[in-house]
Each structure stands twice: as C-alpha cells, then as structure tokens.
Design a protein around this ligand. Structure first.
Ligand code: BGP
Length: 495
C-alpha cells in the first residue's frame, strides 16, 4: 500500500461535449466547427468538408491548415460520417452515466459546455441565450450534485460556433473576444452556485499546430494563428476577472497539452533543441500563469516577422487575469535531436517527436512514460508555483468484449496504475500541490485526432462503432472496479 492522496483530492474522469454529448442538432443547438469533421483512422485523416462559393464540394484533412475564399461554407456532405454528431449520446444518457460515475466514487466530473447550445450562433445575432441549452446543463449539474460529484467545466473544448467562422474566421477576429465573454457571463451567472471549477480553453497550445480544432480558424498562416492565440489569452483573462467578480469562490484555470520533450543525448545541441520544443508549450502557460509574453517568444516573433495586434489595455488584462490553477493533459513524452540523421519518428498527441528506445508505445504509437508524468508535475509546479490538476491521462486501446460480456482491460489498469504511482511520488516526495486526477474518456467517446470509437479510453464501454452502428448501451469494464477501489482507498491500494 502506498501513501495515497489527500482526502479532498478530486478523483474523477474527463470528457468533452463534442466528443461525448451527441444531440448535435437537438434542443436548439447551433452548429460548431466539430460538426463538419468526418471520421478517420490512425492512417487516414479526419476531413473538414466545405463548399466553395461556386458550389464545388471540397474536403481537406483537418490537421493541415487551409485557406479558403470568402463565401466558403463549411457543411456536412453526403457520403461522409460525422461521428461527433451522435458521439456517445450523453445527451440522452446523462442520468445513467452519472450514476455509473457515482458508483465508482467520483468526486468530480470534467465536462465541457457546448457554446452553441447556449448561443447557437456564438452570440452573433442571438438576442437571448437558448433556454433549452441552459436547462440541459442545469439538469446535468443537478444530477452530479445529487450524487456528491463536483462539476469541473471546460468553457471551450475544441469547438467554436460555426457561425463565427463563417462571419469572420472566428478567433482570428477580435470580435470573438467579446462574444466569448458574453457567453462566459451567461454561464457564470446561471451556474454560479452549481459550478466552482472552470477552465477557459482546452489545450490552448494546440493552436501552435492547427487553427481549426482550438480556434475555428481556417488558415495556413502562423501569423493568423498567433493573433487568434492572443485573442484567446485576452478572452481567458477577461473571463477570469469576470468570473471572480460573479463568485469570488470560483477557481478558474488554463489547460495545456503538456508535451514533455527529452533531449536525445547529452549533446548540448540536443538540449537546446529539446528546450525549443518545450518552450512551444511554456509560452501559453507563461502568458496565462505569469500574465505577460515571455522574451523568448517575443524574439521568435521578431525573427519571423510576426506582429501581434493588441488593444491598448490588453497587457493589463493579461496581468490581471492570471489563472488560479494550471490544468494539463499528459499522455506521453517526446524526444528531440539536433542531428538530422536521427530520424525515427514517433506518433503523438498533437506533437510528434522521435522514438524513445526506453519506452513502449500504445497501439496508436503514443509513447507510454509514467515517470514523465512526475517530471511534468515537478517542472510545471516549480515554474509556476500554483496548484496543478491532471485533467487528462489514459490509454486509447482496442477493447474486446468476451463471449460472457466481460471486458478485461488489464493494459488500461497497468497504464493508469503506473501513472498514479508517479503522481503520488510527485505529491508525497516532491511536494507538488495537485488538486486532482481525471482520466480522459472515463466513459468511451469519439477520438479527437482520428474520430474513431474503437480508440477507447473508458472504464465504461459504449456500444457504438466506427461505422456509426450501435445501440449506445453501457457496460462496465474490468478497470471500473479497479478504479472504484483506487478512489475508495484514496489511491493507497493500486493493485
Ligand atoms: C486531447 C484532447 C481530448 C482527447 C485526448 C485524446 O488532446 O483534449 O479532446 O481527445 O487528447 O486524444 P485522442 O482522442 O486523439 O486519442
């Protein structure tokens, strides 16, 4: 038995509306940028579907940037599957799902609010918020609270109202800042007594690689993406200040996709290369936790001729609106080398790097590194000295349902156990202030990168398949009882 975690540790699980909720066109919900993304696989990319002003239907891999002429409409096209539309149908299963979470002993549940349920057009020409959307989350939060589960809410998780993309390329345009703040004000006021923990943007640093998922921006230009990032920084800072005014007990965090990068050798050139890769992460948390742009980024912008347009008070907002805690996802680590001859690439969660000979990889090629989670916690805590929250971690794997209906996901138990062990060391041996742990996709959901259902993370299996079939019934996996015991013993019994 290990030392375990404090009594008030927030054990739970994490999901996001676009990957879990379904009900994409129910209850007055508007379309979001995820509604026009098809399914894919580990080797074939998810596509963005759209129609050019001359009526030509087009499809482009979502992860590559794209530049489209004015008047392009992102839409759903015949012959394609859009897995986020129905996802795992939490929209109609939330009572059953929350009961399962309660049975595991969850102390918290991380979910996101779909902006387009509250403002179908992102607030543009939406005079009033959509009452049906607000009422849906009231019901979800009430159900959680009834079971003693604390909601942890991501305000924007990889989906932007499509109306804003069509109007002015969403976060590339300053007007989105005010619309986001209006959306925040609406949900902060409505759920003032029901939700205490908030996060502004999921994996905000994803915008370094891709404009569509995190910002609804169709572009290949770094200049445009960095301007969009600035708008999100300001919007997040304004949301933090506003949230604290509405309820001074609110805890509002940022959220980073942490990509731990090791130097391939102790050659100082490799070390610099690894720092360059890491600073790509730190830039975002430096702004959100420290309240100003770091010098290394200003120099990079200068070198590359990137100019960020700021309004006169933006720097003040960034300084005032620093976050209360730093939440992050951690799945894997990476390796960087300055030597062009070292080339064996590994796949990854947004970021790719080189193969690490000391690590095994998941079926999707993500390199499994539990000790790296301790390193991540130590580095991040040392850098910012504010509470941390591991809000995503887990193993995407193919699960087999046996003839007797059981699902023996020992590989998932092993992955989670090893990571919790290292987290425990970071807390008890290194003194890291850690608020909680919410493994990703606690109930199976659609993969963000591939759109697959078969890349499963959950303690609970959802009967839904990649071809769109399935009855959405839920089944407990072996890891369900294991996690229940982990929570019941405050993480002391991990066997
Ligand atoms: C993170 C996202 C999640 C989630 C997770 C797993 O980047 O915040 O939305 O999907 O990664 O990734 P995937 O679904 O691609 O396996």
């Amino acid at each position: 038995m290990g030392k375990g975690f404090p009594k008030d540790f927030l054990w739970g699980g994490a999901t996001a509306a676009n990957q879990f909720e379904g009900g994409w066109n129910e209850g007055g919900k508007g379309m979001s940028t995820d509604d026009v993304v098809t399914n894919g696989t580990n080797t074939t990319p998810r596509l963005l579907t759209y129609t050019l002003p001359d009526g030509t239907h087009k499809q482009t891999p979502m992860f590559f940037g794209l530049d489209v002429p004015e008047g392009t409409v992102f839409d759903c096209q015949e012959g394609y599957l859009y897995p986020n539309h129905e996802a795992s149908d939490f929209y109609h299963h939330y009572k059953e799902d929350i009961a399962l979470m309660a049975e595991m002993g969850f102390k918290c549940f991380r979910l996101s609010i779909a902006w387009t349920r509250i403002f179908p057009n992102g607030g543009l020409n939406d005079e009033e918020p959509n009452e049906a959307g607000l009422a849906f989350y009231d019901d979800v939060f009430d159900e959680l609270i009834k079971h003693g589960i604390e909601p942890v809410v991501t305000i924007s998780h990889y989906e932007t109202p499509l109306a804003l993309t069509h109007a002015f390329n969403a976060w590339a345009d300053r007007r989105t800042v005010d619309l986001f703040v209006k959306y925040c004000e609406t949900i902060f006021k409505r759920y003032r007594t029901k939700v205490k923990y908030w996060m502004t943007f999921n994996e905000i640093n994803c915008i370094d690689m891709n404009g569509w998922m995190p910002a609804g921006v169709a572009t290949t230009s770094k200049q445009v993406r960095m301007q969009a990032a600035h708008h999100q920084f300001v919007a997040s800072a304004k949301a933090v200040v506003l949230g604290h005014k509405i309820n001074s007990d609110f805890k509002i965090g940022c959220m980073l996709a942490y990509s731990l990068t090791y130097a391939n050798t102790c050659n100082p050139d490799d070390v610099i290369e690894a720092w360059k890769k890491s600073s790509g992460n730190y830039f975002f948390t430096d702004v959100q936790c420290r309240g100003y742009y770091p010098n290394y980024k200003l120099k990079e912008f200068e070198r590359e001729g990137i100019v960020i347009e700021k309004e006169p008070n933006d720097d003040e907002w960034l300084a005032k609106g620093t976050v209360d805690y730093l939440a992050f996802s951690y799945y894997m680590s990476n390796v960087a080398s300055a030597d062009p001859a070292v080339q064996e690439k590994a796949k990854g969660n947004l970021f790719t790097g080189l193969k690490n000979p000391y690590l095994k990889a998941s079926d999707w090629g993500w390199q499994i590194d539990p000790v790296g989670l301790r390193v991540a916690l130590d580095y991040l805590y040392d850098r910012y000295q504010i509470p941390l929250f591991v809000v995503e971690n887990g193993l995407g794997a193919v699960d087999k349902v046996e003839e007797d209906g059981s699902i023996n996901d020992d590989y998932r138990i092993d992955y989670l156990r090893d990571h919790i062990r290292e987290m425990e060391k970071a807390v008890n041996e290194d003194g890291v202030e850690l608020m909680g742990y919410t493994p990703w996709g606690c109930i199976d959901l659609v993969s963000a990168s591939t759109g697959e259902m078969k890349k499963r993370y959950g303690f609970v299996y959802v009967e839904k398949y990649d071809d769109g079939t399935g009855d959405y019934s839920r089944k407990k996996k072996k890891s369900f009882d294991w996690y229940k015991k982990v929570i019941a013993t405050d993480g002391q019994d991990l066997d």
